[in-house]
Design a protein around this ligand. Sequence first.
Ligand code: ZN
Length: 145
Amino acid sequence: MTEAELFEQILGIKEIRVDRVDWQEQALHIYCSSIFEETLCPHCLKKRQVVHQTYERQIRDLPITGKEVYLHLSQRQFYCPDCDRRFNERFNFVAPQRAMTCRYERYVYECCKASTIQKIGFGQPVTKFTNGVRGKNCKSARFRT
Ligand SMILES: [Zn+2]
């Protein structure tokens, strides 16, 4: 099993193949692309194969072994001659225009739901944190006038 195949199994996203993995100290950068030859035009629902352009789309995913995971997806934009429109290939694991996978969005949501306002305030009691900021601003404003 190659490293790419191993990461395809770990990710469990059936719509993409892993092309390469870049290990860094804090993060894993996983370069991937679609497994499909064609896609459906979202307007007329006809199959399209003509790629207009591709660009790299960075998508945050769930951490692996404590490292941040970024998918670098080779995003394809297709052209539909019937509709005379360009459209991006869509995937089930990430919503259009979003920079994180659906499962990472759920993870962040659950973390926020389970958290307290004190934890969101950088580990400081929020009243203490905001009072300090507010006091400093008020004081400087008072002394300027
Ligand atoms: Zn179309």
